[in-house]
Unconditional design. Structure first.
Lengths: 797, 288
């Protein structure tokens, strides 16, 4: 423990320096203008709204809490506040002293009319130093044709370049050839350890409660860390601080209801959003007569204490339940809770202190009664404290500093078997660890044409007792490792068994070239906890396990370069091409026949190797006009090399996808009707296929003579989905109706393609006749093998 | 149902054949067999090609030598304990299998470990509990794993005298539990193992309960820990039921083998397994 504190001490010292520095820097010649930018209709803070000083041609953007700060010399300035889809707000400001200026922007006309937006706002992909970053707003997500008519955040981000999944029925998503467990998924800052409902058909993010989604695939800012591949930062709405608002929907698969409103007008608001799926429909793809459903509740309360202090409390609770009968079944779910305090130390130092709790667990029950049963559950529980400081040094430098401390409590298995009344507890020891980080990052505008973003993150990890500590030695590459009996010992509580530290430099540059810009970035990331799964696709029972004396942290170096340019009237078309290369160390793999569950000696079955992923991403996007949408295409490769697997040669990962093409378009047929479609094409996933078979005690076992991994490709996946959204009449007998409602009719998998989830090789059904030859076969399993129509009704009043 | 499963034709790579040893020998007083064959193309639904003319010898750490002789069935090498008078039945003895074929020698080692008695076989009438557990009589066996970590077993079910041998009938135990890491030692076998004697129907989608007049015979074979891990991997590779299970399916992987070619430089290898077992058994007929 004593080694952990120096990290924090240096952070505290640094912050104090900043606080005192502020009084001396810049003299009295300059003043600070700051405040929040919000939506006039509901008081929601606008993230990434642009603030432009017309006279100087420079500006800034609001942070994730909608806060901005800008430094100006004395004088009169015209400030322009803009945000995509909102009218520009111009203010003439006479700057003679530090000023607070909170702004409310008005949505630009009705949603379906062509929105006139300033060039500055639309030019962001060219002018911002951020690369490999995609933002999606809920309005866009709502237009994407959805499975069973229910829009979903995770399914939508899979339409972005560089993002994919192994297929319907797999949890999570893959970014730039990374595994599901290499994505840091944040819901209001709290990490979400499993983001899927119903085996990935839906995600834990209730679209009624989501405000903003940002996916960072490369060039990661130093304030994020802990996972190798990507950051999915989901921000929840704060709740309407002006009026009570009720929205919801009734669909084919679930119903939704969200209530939000002011507790104290413009000061405090709340949001409560819930969903519940119907029992019968969802189990059918899997097992007749079984029940499968989920429910979740997302809540948030926020309170503006005064000009300098804001409090937020948000939470998520959700569960999936899969029952075979009354006693037997399988369920899983997450709980997250976040408490945040935004505090303005002074006009230019914005801070956020967050404390959050996040847990994910799953459980199984088998058996007929209390005398004969088997119960098993597993859980990860974390507590995090995360202070962050946003220091607006001047108009050309914006400093981010902060830290993070995460205390992990892993419960790999709590299991109890009862046979004829005899109880046997076969629970495994809990595992504890602490992850800490401090970071500093600066965004520096060298000129209007060149911007730099550089930072450094120092992360540390302690694997701690109490518990039995084992050590393993390899016997044969790719096979189970042997326990070194004499090295086994019992660690005390808080005893540090193993420590790791990593320096993670982050660097991005933007250089304007003609009308476009070239951006390049380098990111080093480290990951101390590992999502362990030996199934082909990610599932709810994947297990998180910490780095330890046997498992080293994963490290990744990513290089990216891209060209960004906008075309057309008002820069309506955004285009970009990016290339990336990732070099990964200590990628977790499994020995052959690994036993991951209820295994005290799990780490003996985990081995590691190198990974690499590279690719090219093309994106063309049209944001406005009657027809809008995007085309994204990724050419990629993702490979691993592990001693003892695939003869020690490089092999493609299960989520290696050579071609990945996504087209999404939405067309406004009339003021009230819009039509959308999306098309997906993904190269066939790699799987391992046998060459031969052999017989052992009457059982026919597949055999691959060449001992290769993932050298066979299943057929390509492609699919077309369509949807029609009809807004109900806005007037009734000449009067405007208070409520807004719409019907969404959608058709998923229009031409009924049987996209393979897997191709598997097996013995034909039935007990083989002794002495008779046994038949073997290859089968294709498709989770959705037919067109799926649906209709849903959404309302808001 | 939205999901669907259909057979597909797939072109697989050609591969040369490999020697397959199938040598599971026990202490029962009946003819013991070692099968020698070759791998065959994955989709070839024929009896595997036999390897004839080999010399198969089993020797024990006590100095006994048992010669397995190929008789009328090609590739089937037999040894009859009743005819030869010295049965293989000593717990704790190590055995070595030696196979000479085409001028190359393959060897493997195993040992006979202890096996617990089966105390009883029970039938219980159950109402319908789930779509795959219909109403009827369910069998279970009661047996207690001896104290001491590291016993492995293969539990075999015979229904009306027929050995239940589909991939889903393959049941193995490490001590009284499912796996090594589970650490369930010295107690009665855990409930799912006791319940494993209720075979599935042909479509593998529901259990077929026992009816009055049916008989159930259960055998426990002690196996080595290595053989347990081998069978655990055979389970993973052969229990492919499709449908929902595919979501949790593990990738295809070659199972291990304990057969070694003594000539380390030879490119010829053998796959398959050699294991010695002690066997206990008990049967019961369901009467109303």
């Amino acid at each position: 423990m004593e080694r952990v504190f120096p990290l924090w001490k240096s952070l505290i010292v640094f912050v104090f320096c900043l606080l005192s520095l502020n009084h001396f820097s810049l003299g009295q010649q300059k003043f600070t203008l700051n405040g929040y930018v919000k939506d006039e209709a509901n008081g929601e803070a606008l993230i990434g709204a642009t603030v432009l000083v017309k006279e100087l041609g420079t500006g800034t953007a609001t942070n994730v809490y909608g806060f901005y700060s800008i430094t100006l010399g004395p004088g009169v300035y015209t400030l322009e506040y803009s945000y995509l889809g909102f009218d520009v707000e111009s203010r003439s400001v006479s700057v003679e002293s530090n000023q607070r200026l909170d702004i409310e922007l008005t949505a630009g006309g009705t949603e379906l009319q062509e929105v006139v937006i300033t060039a500055e706002a639309e030019d962001e992909n060219v002018t911002s130093v951020d690369m490999s970053t995609n933002k999606l707003d809920v309005k866009t997500i709502q237009k994407i044709p959805a499975f069973l008519g229910e829009v979903d955040v995770l399914r939508s981000i899979q339409l972005l370049p560089g993002v994919s999944s192994v297929g319907e029925g797999s949890s999570g998503f893959n970014v730039r050839g990374g595994s599901v467990g290499q994505n840091l998924v944040l819901l209001d800052d709290a990490p979400v350890y499993n983001s899927s409902h119903l085996f990935g058909f839906f995600s834990v993010f209730n679209p009624d409660a989501v405000k903003d989604i940002k996916l960072i695939k490369g060039g990661m800012p130093a304030n994020y860390g802990g996972r190798l591949s990507s950051i999915l930062d989901v921000r929840m709405k704060e709740g309407n601080s002006k009026d009570l608002e009720v929205s919801g929907g009734v669909g084919t698969v679930f119903s939704r209801l969200a209530v939000q409103g002011p507790i104290k007008k413009d000061k405090a608001s709340f949001l409560v959003a819930g969903r519940r799926s119907y029992v019968d429909i969802l189990a059918r793809p899997f097992i007749d007569d079984a029940t499968l459903y989920f429910y979740d509740l997302t809540t948030k309360v926020n309170y503006d204490l005064n000009d300098k202090n804001k409090l937020f409390l948000s939470g998520y609770f959700g569960r999936d339940v899969f029952r075979f009968d009354e006693e037997q079944g399988f369920d899983w779910g997450s709980i997250t809770g976040t408490l945040r305090w935004n505090h303005l130390f002074n006009d230019r130092l914005f801070s956020n202190f967050a404390f959050f709790v996040s847990t994910y667990d799953y459980g199984f029950s088998f058996g007929e009664n209390d005398l004969d049963k088997f119960d098993w559950s597993s859980r990860i529980l974390t507590y995090t404290f995360k202070p962050s400081f946003n220091y607006f040094i001047n108009n050309n430098n914006e400093l981010l500093i902060g830290g993070e401390a995460i205390l992990y409590d892993f419960k790999p298995a709590e299991a109890q078997g009862v046979s004829d009344g005899v109880v046997t507890d076969i629970s495994l020891d809990e595992k504890y660890s602490l992850e800490t980080a401090i970071y500093v990052a600066n965004t520096q505008k060298l000129s209007s044409r060149t911007t730099l973003k550089y930072g450094l993150r120092l992360s540390g990890f302690q694997f701690m007792g109490p518990g039995n500590i084992y050590e393993y030695r390899p016997v044969e590459p790719g096979r189970r490792q042997e326990l070194v009996e004499e090295s086994t010992f019992q660690a005390d509580q808080w005893e540090v068994v193993e420590s790791y530290y990593n320096l993670e430099p982050r660097f991005s540059i933007r250089q304007q070239v003609g009308k476009g810009s070239v951006k390049a970035s380098y990111t080093r990331t480290s990951q101390y906890i590992h999502l362990v799964s030996n199934t082909s696709a990610s599932t709810p029972i994947d297990l998180w396990t910490p780095s330890s004396n046997n498992i080293e942290p994963q490290i990744s170096d990513q290089f990216g370069i891209g060209y960004f340019k906008n075309f057309g009237k008002g820069n309506a078309i955004e285009a970009s091409v990016e290339a990336y290369y990732r070099d990964n160390k200590n990628q977790v793999e499994f020995v052959k026949g690994a036993d991951l569950f209820l295994n005290e000696f799990l780490e003996g079955d985990l081995i590691s190797g190198d990974g690499r992923a590279y690719g090219l991403e093309f994106s063309v996007k049209k944001n406005s006009g009657k027809l809008n949408g995007w085309v994204s295409y990724t050419l990629g490769r993702s490979e691993l090399q592990v001693e003892g697997i695939n003869r020690g040669e490089w092999y493609p990962t299960r989520f290696d996808q050579t071609h990945n093409l996504k087209i999404f378009g939405s067309y406004n047929l009339s003021a009230r009707t819009s039509f959308s479609g999306n098309f997906t094409y993904i190269s066939g996933a790699p799987v391992t296929a046998p060459t031969s078979r052999f017989t052992q005690q009457g059982l026919v076992v597949p055999f691959d003579f060449y001992d290769s991994r993932n050298d066979f490709r299943v057929p390509a996946t492609h699919r077309l989905d369509l949807s029609l959204t009809i807004q109900m009449k806005r007037e009734k007998r000449g009067k405007e109706r208070k409520n807004k409602d719409e019907l969404v009719i959608s058709l998923y998998n229009v031409y009924g393609r049987r996209n393979p989830f897997s191709i598997f090789f097996s013995q034909a059904d039935g007990t083989p006749m002794p002495g008779a030859p046994v038949e073997t076969q290859a089968s294709r399993f498709s989770i959705v093998g037919a067109p799926v129509p649906s209709i849903s009704y959404n309302f808001k009043f | 149902m939205l999901s669907c499963e259909d057979p597909v034709s797939v072109n697989l790579k050609d591969a040369p054949p490999v020697l397959v040893v199938d040598a599971w020998i026990n202490d029962k007083a009946e003819v013991q067999k070692v099968f020698l064959s070759q791998t065959q193309p994955f989709f070839e639904a024929e009896i595997p090609p036999a390897i004839t003319g080999a010399t198969v010898t089993l020797s024990s750490s006590r100095g006994e030598v048992f010669s397995f002789v190929e008789e009328e069935v090609p590739g089937e090498y037999r040894w009859n304990p009743n005819a030869n008078g010295n049965p293989i039945n000593e717990i704790g003895v190590d055995y070595q299998l030696t196979i000479n074929v085409n001028d190359e020698t393959y060897q493997a080692v195993s040992s006979i470990n202890r096996v617990p008695e089966i105390d009883s076989i029970k039938f219980t009438f159950e109402e319908e509990r789930s779509p795959f557990q219909p109403e009827g009589f369910y069998g279970e066996f009661v047996s207690t794993d001896p104290v001491g970590v590291g016993d492995s077993y293969w539990i075999r079910t015979y229904k009306n005298g027929v050995y239940q041998n589909s991939p889903f009938d393959l049941t193995i135990a490490f001590d009284a539990g499912f796996s090594q890491g589970g650490a369930v030692d010295g107690v009665v076998f855990i409930q799912p193992l006791q319940d494993s004697v209720n075979p599935l129907n042909e479509d593998r989608d529901e259990i077929v309960p026992y009816a009055p007049g049916d008989s159930l015979f259960v055998e426990i074979l002690s196996i080595t820990n290595d053989a347990f891990f081998f069978l655990q991997e055979v389970q993973i590779q052969t229990q492919r039921d499709g449908g929902f299970d595919e979501i949790f399916a593990e990738p295809l992987e070659n199972v291990p083998s304990n057969i070694l070619n003594l000539d380390e430089n030879s490119t010829n290898r053998a796959i398959g397994y050699f294991c010695m077992s002690a066997v206990s058994g008990r049967g019961r007929r369901l009467v109303e």
